[in-house]
Every structure is written in C-alpha cells, then in structure tokens.
Write a protein that binds this ligand. Structure first.
Ligand SMILES: [Zn+2]
Length: 64
C-alpha cells in the first residue's frame, strides 16, 4: 500500500490523541476547538471530545 512516487510531498500532522502522523488532507480538524487540533480519525477525535467536555464540566463544578 505504498503511494506511487511523483506526487509532491504532502504536509503531515501528528494526532493529538495517539501522536500518529497523518497527512494534513486526511486529518480530522474540529471546528469548535479553542486551539487547532488534528486527529488521525473520528475515533481519536471523539475520545478527545469526551475528555475536553469532561474537563469543562469539572471546571464549572469547581467554581464556587
Ligand atoms: Zn489518533
């Protein structure tokens, strides 16, 4: 499964969850993030989303 050479070098990013490198064109980029995050797939994205939502809820509850 090797892509034929000849195509220009594609930019790649590392997944924010598993650190796997993925081509920028295939990365999942959430639109509602406070910062730019990249994920190798929807699985990692949903995991990250769960974590961030959980963290946000904890932050609101910690507020007095
Ligand atoms: Zn990943």
């Amino acid at each position: 499964m090797v892509k034929p050479s000849g195509s220009s070098k594609e930019a790649s990013v590392s997944c924010d969850m598993c650190r796997k490198e993925v081509p920028l064109s295939e990365a999942v980029i959430p639109e509602a993030a406070d910062y730019v995050a990249h994920f190798c797939g929807l699985d990692c994205y949903s995991q990250w989303k769960k974590q961030s939502e959980h963290a946000r809820q904890r932050g609101e509850k910690a507020k007095k």
